[in-house]
Design a protein around this ligand. Sequence first.
Ligand SMILES: Nc1ncnc2c1ncn2[C@@H]1O[C@H](COP(=O)(O)OP(=O)(O)OP(=O)(O)O)[C@@H](O)[C@H]1O
Length: 309
Amino acid sequence: METIVDISDVRKTYAGGFEALKGVTLSIRKGEILALLGPNGAGKTTLISTICGITNPGSGTIAVGGHDVVRDYRAARRLIGLVPQEINLEPFSKVRDTVAFSRGLFGKPKDDALIERILRQLSLWDKRDARVLELSGGMKRRVLIAKALAHEPEVLFLDEPTAGVDVELRKEMWEIVAEMKAQGTTIILTTHYIEEAEAIADRVGVINGGQLLLVEEKTALMQRLGQKCLQIDLQEPVEAVPEALAAYGLELADDGQALRYTYDTRGESTGITRLLGDLSAAGLSLRDIHTEQSSLEDIFVGLVKEGAA
Ligand SMILES: Nc1ncnc2c1ncn2[C@@H]1O[C@H](COP(=O)(O)OP(=O)(O)OP(=O)(O)O)[C@@H](O)[C@H]1O
């Protein structure tokens, strides 16, 4: 698959001596949605800022569409749309002017039809003549996206697009992102919300302490690292987990009707066959069994803890 952003061993140390990126290497594929997941201070914004040429990497290289972001800044930047974390709009400007102005900044010719299309797509057309200060927070976020799209970038960076927004608006953002992808735009978004990565990303990168801990297909990640839980429904309730089964670390449901067994899908043996034999030997009859895949959230928390250890 074609690479659109190529990041090689990028390090960044801020003036105070703090090393915010510790050798990040990453290839972003054309047309994908990549979610960069990490806790506060992980280095997500710093990484995006270095890709977008807002801060220079201390060492390492980044190319966007084959253009080095330092040596060939203008060509690289032209391919990038950036939706920043903070709303930094001119309050007295009208929506349409604000968006059209952004296009002009990239030296692109005026294109009223394109601006109209973008505003319509983001449900802002009705507000085209409203001043920014008259908009709701959600509308302002959509204006930021419209601005980032005005020069027709190939790669769109969204830095925490849904931080602090309500559930409805979050879903709306996800729909917008899916539409952008359908149009062929590559999308990189940073988020604290695991459910966001789970909902929309093709691949997920986990970043913590300035290091990219992993990048993987979302579904593969969930399968490879996931723990599964086997729920065993019993014919007759029990008061306690039988002594003979103590080694399995089973959890007993409050009503005594079910046992839960958590196992690692990566392990050589899941222990399920042996457990089922031992359950029967302990005189328990089963009514039903089923498994649950753990969420990306469990995986993420596990990884960040491992990284900190
Ligand atoms: N201009 C700066 N000067 C010094 N240190 C900085 C600067 N900008 C960021 N940092 C530090 O670099 C680290 C990474 O910050 P960054 O903003 O990249 O994290 P983040 O993952 O985007 O966090 P958040 O989720 O909170 O936005 C933090 O410890 C932060 O304090």
